[in-house]
Design a protein around this ligand. Structure first.
Ligand SMILES: NC(=O)c1ccc[n+]([C@@H]2O[C@H](COP(=O)([O-])OP(=O)(O)OC[C@H]3O[C@@H](n4cnc5c(N)ncnc54)[C@H](OP(=O)(O)O)[C@@H]3O)[C@@H](O)[C@H]2O)c1
Length: 228
C-alpha cells in the first residue's frame, strides 16, 4: 500500500494534522495543506522525508483551490479528505448571532468543501474516495439545539453532498461524510469526550473499510451510518 496517496485539505493542526500523521504512519504518501506556514507540518515533513508534501491553500479561495488542482495535474489521489472547518458563535441563535459568523460557517463548512470536491475530483480515479469532515451535529434527525448555527452549516454540507452525489453518480467514487466524534482540539475544547488518538485512527480504518464501495454515506468513526 506504500504507493497510495492522500490529500488532506486543512491539515495545519487538530484533526487534519492527525489524519496526515496517521496516514504517514501507515506508509502512505501525504499531501497536506495549510493556509499559512505550519511549524507542526514542517516538523512532520522532516520526520517523514520524501513522504509529506505541504501546499498552501485557503479553502474559501476558489482560485487557490484551482491552482492547487493545476499543480497536481497528472497525480492520482486514492483519498481526497476535506477536513477544513470552523465553529463560531456556538451558543448563539439567529436572534443573537452575528450574521457574519453564520455566513462564514456556511461558506467554510458547507459551500467551500463541496466546491473543492468538484474542482479536485478528477484527480481521484474510479475506486477512489472523497471524504469530507462533517459532524454528528449535522444530523437533522438527531438535532437537539446544541451548537445550532454550526450544526446548520454541517447539515447544509450534508445536503450539498447529496446533490453532488446525485450529479456525479456512476463515477465510481466512494463518498463519505465523516463524523469523528467530539474530540479535544482547539474547536472541540478541553471538555470533549475523546482524545485525537481515540478518534483519528478509527476514522482512517473506516475510510479503508469503505474503499471500493461507491456511493454516498454519512458515517461515524465506527463505520455506523448516521440518520440524515
Ligand atoms: N473537534 C471536534 O470535536 C469535531 C467534531 C465534529 C466535527 N469536527 C470537524 O472536524 C474538522 C476539524 O476540526 P478540528 O477540531 O481539528 O478543528 P481545529 O482544531 O479548529 O482545526 C481546524 C482546521 O481547519 C483549518 N481551516 C479552517 N478554515 C480554513 C480555511 N478557510 N481554509 C483552509 N483551512 C481552514 C484550520 O486551519 P488554520 O490553522 O489555518 O486555522 C485547521 O487546520 C472541522 O471540519 C470540524 O468541523 C470536529
Amino acid at each position: 500500500m506504500t504507493d497510495q496517496t492522500v490529500l488532506v485539505l486543512g491539515a495545519s493542526r487538530g484533526l487534519g494534522f492527525a489524519l496526515a500523521e496517521e496516514w504517514l504512519g501507515r506508509g502512505w504518501n501525504v499531501i497536506a495543506t495549510a493556509r499559512g506556514s505550519s511549524d507542526e507540518l514542517n516538523a512532520l515533513a522532516k520526520r517523514n522525508p520524501g513522504k509529506l508534501e505541504i501546499e498552501n491553500v485557503d479553502i474559501n479561495d476558489a482560485d487557490g483551490v484551482r491552482a492547487l488542482r493545476d499543480g497536481l495535474d497528472g497525480r492520482r489521489l486514492d483519498v481526497l479528505f476535506i477536513n477544513a472547518g470552523i465553529a463560531r458563535a456556538i451558543k448563539a441563535s439567529p436572534a443573537t448571532a452575528s450574521e457574519r459568523d453564520f455566513l462564514d460557517m456556511m461558506l467554510t463548512n458547507a459551500f467551500s468543501p463541496v466546491r473543492a470536491a468538484e474542482i479536485l475530483r478528477d484527480l481521484v480515479p474510479a475506486g477512489g474516495t472523497i471524504a469530507i469532515m462533517t459532524s454528528e451535529l449535522g444530523s437533522i434527525a438527531n438535532a437537539n439545539g446544541g451548537w445550532q448555527l454550526y450544526s446548520s452549516s454541517k447539515a447544509a454540507l450534508n445536503m450539498l453532498m447529496k446533490g453532488y452525489a446525485a450529479k456525479n453518480a456512476g463515477d465510481g467514487h466512494t463518498l463519505l461524510l465523516v463524523a469523528p466524534g467530539w474530540v479535544r482540539t482547539d474547536m472541540g475544547g478541553s471538555d470533549a469526550a475523546l482524545s485525537i488518538e481515540e478518534s483519528i485512527p478509527l476514522v482512517v480504518n473506516m475510510i479503508g473499510a469503505n474503499r471500493g464501495t461507491p456511493g454516498l454515506r454519512y458515517v461515524d468513526r465506527f463505520n455506523q451510518r448516521l440518520p440524515w
